[in-house]
Structures are given as structure tokens and as C-alpha cells.
Write a protein that binds this ligand. Structure first.
Ligand code: KIV
Ligand code: ZN
Length: 516
């Protein structure tokens, strides 16, 4: 596929930046790096790896991703200030294809109440920011924050000045999810027609989903001539989220006959990417979510099932295999060997060293003793729990609970805290409450449990239970996730994961996200 094809849509993924702004969705550097590798495999064109000036953790993660990835463009977000832009460049400069993404708000509301700047001052700040970014790299994106609520002629003026200063991509964000499709498309057309040098830059759009219109607005903008879509996996992001990558990609793919547009995404990697994001962030995908929800390809009505058996095209506009969902999910069992495990993990995108494979193989055998059929989701959880949480401060060693109709629920458990074993026992209203109370006592934490959900990782009564918790401590919010055939153990793992994420947030405070 030709990257200069005028009908090719550039996919700019911001799961690691805007996606991470979802409440509780913070990720550590190892998790971000793993996800960035998956995004490269998925075939995105640009990865927005973070906001380097916001925190040291963000900076480190962006730099690590920039160093590791060779094919994809890597960008960092920066406000229109020298300090932010210097920091962004320091982080992305190691990338094979670096980009700096700088922004300033353009709507009258933001100018008056947030920036306290005049329109002339905003144009001057945008030009200065782009020039400064351009002194580092040719690849500069400029965003007009709250663009969809900005005066159209002023937008044209800002974009013209930004392009003249060297911006190679200009981005129109619907920051607060206010736009509706025909209006947004009209805005794109107006800017394209009234910005004299617009053909010297790629036109990008970035939509939020407050009215549930992010995908519709992005598609409408693309049909009106935008050629970069800013998206996140599973649509995660600030408030109601961002445009979801899988929806845009599959709309382009499935309705190619109508839109005649392409993109560089390897669609068979969509499902694995969705699972990874959900596993790392702890944000579950709603069952009826388009493309990647558990029910997206499930046919309940008899009349539909009958039709599908006769010809899938009767009720299926996409084949599940296209997004990497195989019908035959049973993969391995108790008697499967190391070699089969290695090959299967490779297919799932996990290239493990000998030593890592030994560890996962041991865990796999233990799981296979409890559970007959090991499916992809089980393997993903094993690898994620083992290798993406290496920096964990709290680690579960063992858990024993007693519960039932005639006993007071009690938990006794051992944790390692900074590698030092500690033990305690405690009571609760039920076995999970007892386990949580004891963990809180041992870790000396005082988090509040805001949400607790359990679901099955796959089908069957022997499926692993997957637990998600949402915790709050001193104003910090974190999600935690855990899986195990025993849901009390899964709950303890999720709780401990949430506490580790809170510790990470305490150690890596967001210094500055003002202006976002
Ligand atoms: O929503 C928004 O306006 C943004 C910009 C910084 C691109 O995320
Ligand atoms: Zn945004």
C-alpha cells in the first residue's frame, strides 16, 4: 500500500495519551511499552505515546517507546510553550520517526476563561510553538483545541499561520464531543476551502464521544477530506472516551465499496489489541460494543442463527476472523508441551525468552491442572500478570479462606511487600471482604472500593473468573484486574493489582496536565 495514496487514511493512535486520561487507567512503563509494540504490530501509522511534560513517568515511557519502535512514528504532546516542546523533543528524539504534537485552544470560551488571551496572542503563540518544534524536527502537528466550538474564520487564520510556520499536520479536535456529523463535515470542508496553504499539511480530526457521535463525526470528516483519524483502542479516553480505532478501521474496511478509502491496519490484530488494552488498563469492554464486544458476533435469534448457517452473509457484515477472532478457541491442555505453548504465544504476539517461557510454562501447567481447556484469554492473562507487573510492590504469595453458612468468613494470607514476606489473618462479611480487609491491614493502605465486577474470561463452568476493582485513596483513582479459576483468589489479585497501581500513582504524580 502506498503511504502517499490520497485515499489512504493515516491512523494516529492516542490510547497511551488521551486513552490514559480515562479515569483510573494509568499504566506503568512496562505496560505502555508492551502496548506500543502491539500497536506497531497492528499497523498504526502514529503512536501518541504520552504527554512528556506532565510527569516523569510519562516522560520515561515516551522515551522508552521512542527507543524501542522502528517502523511507526512516535509523538509526544506539548502545550504551546518552549518548556513543553523541549521536554517532548527530549523524549521522542530517539525515535526512528519522531513527531512533535503541539496545541493551543482556539474557542472564544477557552480564550476568555482559560487562557485569558486575545486571538492575536493565540495566533502568535501557535506560530512560535510550531517554529520551535520545527527547529527540532520536520514532522510537526498542530492542534486547535476545542476547534469544533471555534469561529471558523479564526480557525482558518490559525491553521494558515501554523502551516506557514512549518506544521505538516493540522488537527481539528472536537474536544468536548459537541459536534454532530453534518456540521463537523461542513466545518472540515469550510477550512479546506478557506485556508490558502491547506494542501501543504495533512488534515486530521480528533473526536470525543460525549454524545456518542465520535465515530460518526470522524467518518463524516474523513468523507469531507480529512486524512488522519485520531483514535484509541476500545474508544477509551477522557470522560466518555475518544473515537474507537476498531470502529473507524472496520467501517473503512467493510464499506470500502462506498467510501473507497484504505488504511494500513492489519485487521486480524484488532481483537488481540483490544484484549491487551482491557487487560492492562482494567477497563472492561461492554458486551454490546461494536466490533470487539463479547456479543458483537453472537447471534441469539433462531431466525438469525438459521440464516447464518445457510450463509453467514445473511446477518453478518464482517467475518469474526477479520478482526482475529477465531471460532475454534480451544488451544491447549494439560498434555500440551513447551513447544506448543511457545508457538501459540508467538502467534498471539508474545516473543518470550527461554527464561520467560520457562516461567510461563510452569504457570500454564498449574492452570491446566485446574482447568481442562486453556484458551487464548487464559494465556494472555498469564503473560500479562507475569511480565507487565514486575515492578509490583505488593505480591500475593498464598491465600486461604474459610466461608460458608455456619462459619465466620476468615482469610489468612501471605504477601511479599518489597520482597519481604508478611502474614496475617482477618475476618469480614464474606470471604472477599475478609481477604480485602486482611490485605488492607498488611499493606497499611486505606483505599475505598468504588466498584467491583466479576465476569467469566471465556465460556464453560471451569472458566477463569475475571475481577475488576476501582479503588480510591487520597484523591487518586486506580483500576485493578485479576483472573483465576477461583473468584476469591481473582478478587484478591485484582485488589492487589489496584493497590500496586495506586502506589505507582503516588510515586509518579502528574505534575501538570493543566490546559488539557
Ligand atoms: O481533545 C483534545 O482537544 C485533545 C488535544 C490535545 C488534541 O486531546
Ligand atoms: Zn482529546
Amino acid at each position: 500500500m502506498n503511504a502517499n495514496d490520497p485515499n489512504r487514511v493515516i491512523i494516529f493512535d492516542t490510547t497511551l495519551r488521551d486513552g490514559e486520561q480515562s479515569p483510573g487507567a494509568s499504566m506503568n512503563t512496562a505496560e505502555k511499552l508492551r502496548l506500543a509494540k502491539q500497536l506497531e504490530k497492528l499497523g498504526v501509522d502514529v503512536i501518541e505515546a504520552g504527554f512528556p511534560a506532565a510527569s516523569d513517568g510519562d516522560f520515561e515511557a515516551v522515551a522508552a517507546i521512542a527507543k524501542a519502535l522502528k517502523k511507526v512514528q512516535v509523538t509526544g504532546l506539548a502545550r504551546a510553550s518552549h518548556r513543553d516542546i523541549d521536554r517532548a523533543w527530549e523524549a521522542v528524539k530517539h525515535a526512528a520517526h519522531p513527531r512533535i504534537h503541539t496545541f493551543i485552544a482556539t474557542s472564544d470560551i477557552h480564550l476568555k476563561y482559560k487562557l485569558k488571551m486575545s486571538r492575536e496572542e493565540v495566533v502568535a503563540a501557535a506560530v512560535e510553538a510550531v517554529r520551535h518544534a520545527k527547529s527540532y524536527t520536520d514532522n510537526v502537528e498542530f492542534s486547535a483545541e476545542d476547534g469544533s466550538r471555534s469561529d471558523r474564520d479564526f480557525l482558518c487564520q490559525v491553521y494558515e499561520a501554523a502551516i506557514a510556520a512549518g506544521a505538516t499536520t493540522i488537527n481539528l479536535p472536537d474536544t468536548v464531543g459537541y459536534a454532530v456529523p453534518d456540521e463537523f463535515a461542513d466545518m472540515v470542508r469550510y477550512i479546506r476551502e478557506n485556508t490558502p496553504n491547506i494542501d501543504q499539511a495533512v488534515f486530521s480530526v480528533h473526536c470525543h464521544n460525549d454524545l456518542g457521535l465520535a465515530t460518526a463525526n470522524t467518518i463524516a470528516a474523513i468523507q469531507a477530506g480529512a486524512r488522519q483519524a485520531e483514535v484509541t483502542i476500545n474508544g477509551i479516553g477522557e470522560r466518555a472516551g475518544n473515537t474507537s480505532l476498531e470502529e473507524i478501521v472496520m467501517a473503512l474496511h467493510t464499506r470500502q465499496n462506498h467510501m473507497q478509502l484504505t488504511c494500513g491496519i492489519n485487521t486480524e490484530n484488532i481483537y488481540a489489541s483490544s484484549r491487551l488494552v482491557s487487560m492492562i488498563t482494567g477497563i472492561m469492554v461492554q458486551p454490546n460494543k461494536a466490533i470487539v464486544g463479547a456479543n458483537a458476533f453472537a447471534h441469539e435469534a433462531g431466525i438469525h442463527q438459521d440464516g447464518i448457517l445457510k450463509n453467514p452473509m445473511t446477518y453478518e457484515i464482517m467475518r469474526p476472523e477479520t478482526i482475529g477472532l477465531s471460532h475454534n478457541k480451544l488451544v491447549l491442555g494439560k498434555h500440551s508441551g513447551r513447544h506448543a505453548l511457545h508457538d501459540h504465544l508467538k502467534e498471539l504476539g508474545y516473543e518470550l525468552s527461554e527464561e520467560e517461557l520457562n516461567i510461563v510454562f510452569k504457570q500454564f501447567k498449574e492452570l491446566a491442572d485446574k482447568k481442562k481447556h486453556i484458551v487464548d484469554e487464559d494465556l494472555e492473562v498469564l503473560v500479562t500478570e507475569e511480565f507487565l507487573r514486575t515492578a509490583d510492590i505488593f505480591q500475593l504469595q498464598y491465600l486461604h479462606v474459610t466461608a460458608g453458612t455456619t462459619v465466620l468468613p476468615m482469610a489468612s494470607l501471605e504477601l511479599k511487600i518489597h520482597d519481604r514476606p508478611v502474614r496475617a489473618a482477618g475476618y469480614g462479611n464474606g470471604p472477599i471482604d475478609a481477604a480485602f480487609n486482611t490485605i488492607a491491614k498488611l499493606t497499611g493502605t486505606q483505599s475505598e472500593l468504588l466498584r467491583f465486577t466479576v465476569s467469566a474470561l471465556s465460556g464453560g463452568t471451569d472458566a477463569q473468573g475475571e475481577v475488576t476493582v476501582r479503588l480510591r485513596e487520597n484523591g487518586l483513582v486506580a483500576l485493578g484486574k485479576g483472573a483465576d479459576p477461583d473468584i476469591i483468589t481473582a478478587s484478591a489479585k485484582a485488589y492487589i493489582n489496584g493497590l500496586n497501581r495506586l502506589e505507582y500513582l503516588k510515586a509518579n504524580p502528574i505534575k501538570d496536565r493543566q490546559g488539557l
